[in-house]
Ligand binder design. Structure first.
Ligand code: ADP
Ligand SMILES: Nc1nc2c(ncn2[C@@H]2O[C@H](COP(=O)(O)O)[C@@H](O)[C@H]2O)c(=O)[nH]1
Length: 432
């Protein structure tokens, strides 16, 4: 575990050099930690197309939808003939999040899902495995006869993304391939709403089983919402699932609106905190919000300027650390917001995976807290069962920095971790 160690006042990212925690953990011993998650394993095929191509293949713009094998093959031929294919990467919202966690934390993550049992050099399954960090443990994957999913990620001239997915066997994950001991030993279980869309599919039941095990054993359950169309389609059962199982829910503004009916992001956050303990809401060029609960008597005031929007003075206690609502005697809702790091990269080719990147940073802080608690249980940092190692405000900075890196690297999967030192940051960070 690369620990989110020494913090600079303004910046937050894992720095290991000469860090007090490293010295303590050398004295007190080390533990092996990991996170785990379930995904519909798929390869992303990126292409730039005109809106007319979406219409020709019956695709709804900005949605994630399934296409049958004939349409998928016709689409592939069309994209190849028109030279529109940019790249092919391993994808899947949880696959991306686990990979990015492993890159950032230099720590293990365990992935549950299916994988083709006969893999040939150059096929989609081969590409998927080659594109995934070696720290992502694939030993618990379910072997299947068929192919993994193909996700056509079609980018139109306005920068909007439309996903057309040929599922292959990606939804065949059975409950038998969800080992209880792996979940109960983890720092967090990471899920997505995509696998909760259809209760006739095996992966739906595998997801519910995993969530139940995690909840019963006090393991934080993280859920990312997918797309707003999916949230609208399954809104009520999804809300119930969040109430029953979820610790941290992650989404963008459209998904938050679909879940709550609120257009104001802070009011949406307030409503979602009645369902989950914590939430991450990414808002594209407007930055991101991290919200949750703390014990009223332990709330810590920010040093940053106090801000008001949908909620007055909303960031007043953003230096607090999050607790589950049930662990508070007197819970207080906490809100923190940050604008994009450096205003975002100069050039953004596509925003794919920027939200998943932010989420992997939040999960890293949750896992680091678990790691620290295992190594130093008597530390003053663990007088309460805090969910993260750092404050809302610090985690916001880290998540924001990771989103920037995903945008700068133009890939939902980081090829390298964050730099140990941010060159020239002091001069430029707040001015732009
Ligand atoms: N156009 C942009 N300019 C600057 N930063 C951006 C832009 N789009 C996204 N980001 C950064 O990426 C994060 C996640 O982006 P967002 O588009 O909300 O996620 P998602 O891909 O899940 O919809 C934002 O919180 C912000 O930090
Ligand atoms: N498991 C699933 N993943 C999906 C699906 N549709 C798209 N995706 C993946 O999402 C990321 C982009 O994430 P975002 O944070 O930018 O929205 C991309 O890599 C796709 O593979 C789906 O139905 N299931």
């Amino acid at each position: 575990m690369k620990f989110p160690g020494r913090r600079k006042i303004k910046h937050y990212f894992p720095v290991n050099a000469d860090n007090r925690f490293d010295r303590e953990s050398t004295t007190f011993g080390h533990v092996n930690t990991y996170i785990c998650g379930i995904d519909q394993n798929m390869v992303d095929i990126y292409a730039h197309v005109d809106d007319s191509a979406l219409a020709d293949f019956g695709l709804t713009k900005a949605a994630s939808q399934w296409v049958d094998i004939d349409t998928a093959n016709r689409l592939y031929e069309f994209l190849q003939e028109s030279g529109a294919i940019d790249n092919q990467y391993a994808g899947g919202t949880i696959g991306n999040t686990l990979h990015n966690y492993s890159i950032l934390a230099d720590d293990r993550s365990v992935q549950f899902g299916v994988m083709s049992q006969n893999i040939r050099v150059g096929d989609y399954a081969y590409g998927y495995l080659c594109n995934t960090s070696s720290k992502v443990d694939m030993t618990f994957l379910q072997p299947v006869e068929g192919a993994i999913g193909r996700c056509y990620t079609l980018i139109t001239p306005d920068g909007e993304r439309t996903f057309g997915i040929n599922p292959g066997s990606m939804n065949d994950l059975s409950q038998a391939f969800i080992p209880e001991h792996v979940i109960t030993g983890s720092s967090a279980l990471v899920l997505c709403a995509y696998t909760l869309g259809d209760d006739s599919l095996p992966i739906y039941h595998a997801t519910r089983k995993a969530a139940k095990i995690a909840r019963e054993n006090g393991i934080p359950v993280v859920l990312t919402l997918g797309t707003s169309m999916l949230v609208e389609k399954i809104r009520e059962p999804l809300k119930q699932f969040i109430r029953d199982h979820v610790t941290l829910v992650a989404m963008n503004e459209e998904e938050a609106q679909a879940l709550t009916g609120e257009t104001d992001p802070l009011l949406a956050c307030e409503a979602i905190l009645d369902l989950a303990d914590m939430l991450l809401l990414t808002a594209g060029p407007e930055g991101l919000y991290l919200c949750g609960h703390t014990e009223t008597s332990m709330a810590r005031e920010t040093d940053n300027p106090i801000r008001s929007a949908g909620i007055s003075d909303f960031n007043r206690y953003e230096f607090s650390r999050p607790l589950r609502r049930a662990d508070c005697d007197e819970p207080m809702k906490i809100y923190s917001h940050i604008s994009p790091y450096m205003g975002g990269p100069e050039k953004i080719r596509n925003t794919n995976g920027a939200g998943d990147g932010a989420l992997s940073a939040v999960i890293h802080d949750i896992a680091a807290n678990h790691f620290h608690r295992e190594v130093l249980p008597t530390s003053g940092k663990h007088e309460r069962p805090w969910l993260t190692y750092s404050s809302f405000s610090q985690v916001c900075k880290y998540a924001n920095r990771v989103s920037y890196e995903v945008l700068a690297q133009s890939s939902p999967r980081l090829s390298r971790a964050l730099p140990e030192r941010e060159d020239s940051l002091e001069e430029s960070y707040w001015e732009r």
